[in-house]
Design a binder for this molecule. Structure first.
Ligand SMILES: C[S@@+](CC[C@H](N)C(=O)[O-])C[C@H]1O[C@@H](n2cnc3c(N)ncnc32)[C@H](O)[C@@H]1O
Length: 217
């Protein structure tokens, strides 16, 4: 999987991509990420990429630099690839949907992060294949919603998680009937008078599996 990200703030991704599991996955080439600064595609002398909105308050990302950036990536890859736009007002993500996106977006794709209120609608009409909302609330940062989506996708790539069983036992997985995971315990066996359920110490795998099913939330 290779993710091309168009953004005004490439630095917002850097700390996130340079730590923990995502960093390890990048180092092992389990996925790749390329950042493009939108302002580099502006013909404006001051590298501006926004303009005043028609008929409403606020600034909007102009279509020209975005179209130039997307076409540049298409040329570089050698063909068109899916274009994703993060927006609060479109299809809501859930675990089932993200699994569907994971199969659709197996190769390379582009994520557009704009700034200000919106991007010009004509970019959405002409280029965008999937508009995705991470939930019904409005964030300030486009980069943050993109990071949430990327984290979700990358988690599903084989070998990104050391223990693939932990993925299959995550909340909302099909194996768990899309319910939330059961409670989990570690040492010590007794903590502040609270005891670990004895069945988990029994070593009886069948009984443990039954206990897990009974305790899904
Ligand atoms: C301040 S918001 C713009 C909100 C827009 N004016 C509206 O009313 O829907 C800036 C950007 O952050 C991203 N964003 C904010 N909340 C999001 C969400 N829940 N899901 C996906 N993207 C989101 C989108 O790219 C959005 O365009």
């Amino acid at each position: 999987m290779k993710i091309h990200i168009i953004t005004i703030f490439p630095e917002s991704f850097e700390s996130y991509l340079s730590s923990s599991i995502l960093w390890r996955a990048l180092e092992k080439w389990l996925f790749q990420c390329e950042l493009y600064k939108l302002n580099d595609f502006s013909d404006d002398n001051f590298k501006r990429v926004d303009s005043k909105a028609y008929g409403m308050h606020g600034q909007v990302i102009s279509p020209e630099p975005l179209a130039k950036a997307i076409d540049f990536i298409f040329d570089k890859v050698g063909h068109k690839i899916p274009v994703i736009y993060m927006t609060p007002s479109w299809e809501l993500l859930n675990q089932k949907k993200v699994e569907e996106y994971y199969s659709k977006l197996d190769g390379e794709f582009i994520i557009i992060c704009g700034h200000y209120e919106w991007i010009d609608q004509r970019i959405i009409d002409l280029y965008v294949d999937y508009s995705i909302s991470i939930w019904e609330y409005v964030l300030t940062s486009w980069e943050l919603s993109a990071c949430v989506f990327i984290d979700w996708l990358v988690r599903h790539i084989p070998w990104v998680l050391w223990n693939t069983q932990s993925l299959e036992e995550d909340s909302f997985w099909e194996l768990l009937d899309r319910k939330k995971e059961y409670p989990v315990y570690t040492r010590p066996e007794i903590f502040m008078w609270q005891q670990v359920p004895p069945v988990l110490l029994s070593g009886n795998h069948k009984q443990i599996e039954n206990w897990k099913k009974e305790n899904l939330r």
